[in-house]
Design a protein around this ligand. Structure first.
Ligand code: PBG
Length: 358
């Protein structure tokens, strides 16, 4: 026997159907059989059908390192980001591990007096970045350490490679320099070498040198599709490579107009021994992230660049964008496009926020 309350439900339904005018006709495909808003109607339901998620495991925190002790110098074009002396970088790495970030990436700001045409400091096992790697490895062995392989923090002209007399970047001479730089960083304890220089053949050259020297477990994350982009400006302020940059980087970094070429770059780097590849910049290159992931199915990272950080931060400071929401939306977009991990200056604040939510 039907209970009174059930009867009531039935009559309510009938009421609603009457209000709707007619009973829905025999349903064909499409509306109204399909109403995509049904799944969106409540928070619990949206959570159930969500396709992508962001976790602290997805985030890599880039850190800028300077000489000195208890030294912090703010970067004007990246409000909220500071260059840190090694002791403070160690503390930052401890924080990073505590909030669940798997890895940090170190970028040295070399004293201007130590920069020269030959990038000599890049080959000094006692240079700033190698000292930072050793100190962090010792204090926080559980966090992954990533180091750029490129000469721009060390050259007086700001280029990633060595220059010929006519001012062009000499590919093959640069390869020799990158090998030495890679080896001293591996020796210092760097876990992942990340060549960001865009020379031809560098992944193969570095991989061979690592194997020959017994660094068989050092990972290589290739900045495989790195574009000649205007988004790197604030980073160049941070490492001090922009002030004196002679010309631009268009003869080695990729043309922003090209997509197919990114697949050739990635294919080559895989064949030369890359363990992971990266697309850079991020938000303006989601199509490249997607194509690379689709085509190769290997760990694909994306770099949310300094310029992206600056754009979001500046608009949020003016109250024009909701900072928290727009940051998450951008990071989620990288995941949706296929990225496995994201370099982002927002890493600690986002990891903290994500942790609080669980
Ligand atoms: C250096 C390097 C750059 C970035 C990472 N490694 C700048 C450049 O190529 O000039 C950019 C990072 C950022 O903008 O956040 N090879």
């Amino acid at each position: 026997m039907a209970s009174p309350s059930k009867d009531k439900t039935v009559s309510l339904r009938t009421e609603r159907a009457k209000r709707a005018g007619t009973r829905p006709p025999a349903l064909k495909s499409g509306y109204p059989a399909t109403r995509l808003r049904r799944n969106r109607r409540a928070d619990w339901s949206r959570r159930l059908v969500r396709e992508t998620a962001l976790t602290p495991d997805d985030l890599i925190w880039p850190l800028f390192v300077i000489d000195g002790e208890r030294a912090r110098s703010e970067i004007e074009s990246m409000p909220g980001v500071a260059r840190l002396s090694i002791d403070l970088a160690v503390r930052a790495a401890e924080d990073a591990a505590a909030i669940g970030l798997p890895a940090i990436a170190l970028f040295p700001n070399t004293e201007p007096s130590l920069r020269d045409e030959a990038a000599s400091q890049a080959f000094n096992p006692g240079n700033l970045v190698c000292r930072a790697v050793r100190a962090i490895k010792q204090a926080v062995p559980e966090i992954g350490i990533i180091c750029d392989v490129a000469l721009d923090p060390y050259t007086s002209h700001g280029h990633d490679g060595l220059l010929d007399e006519d001012g062009t970047v000499d590919n093959d001479r640069t390869l020799q320099a990158l090998i030495t730089q890679a080896l001293i960083q591996a020796e210092a304890g760097c876990d992942i070498l990340a060549p960001s220089d865009m020379m031809d053949g560098r992944i193969g050259a570095i991989r061979a040198a690592l194997e020959e020297n017994g660094f068989t477990d050092t990972q290589i994350l290739s900045y495989a599709a790195k574009y000649a982009s205007a988004y790197y400006g604030p980073f160049r302020d941070a490492v001090g490579s922009g002030v004196q940059l002679r010309g631009d980087k268009k003869t080695y970094q990729m043309d922003p107009a090209n997509g197919d070429e990114a697949l050739r770059e990635v294919a080559l780097d895989i064949s030369e021994g890359a363990d992971m590849v990266m697309v850079k910049p991020g938000i303006a290159y989601l199509d490249i992230v997607w194509r690379v992931k689709e085509a190769f199915k290997l760990p694909t990272f994306v770099y949310q660049t300094s310029g992206e950080y600056a754009m979001l931060t500046a608009a949020a400071e003016r109250g024009w964008l909701d900072r928290d929401r727009v940051i998450l939306e951008n990071l989620l977009a990288f995941k949706r496009a296929g990225a496995d991990a994201i370099f982002t200056y927002f890493a600690p604040e986002v990891a903290r926020r994500l942790k609080d939510e669980f």
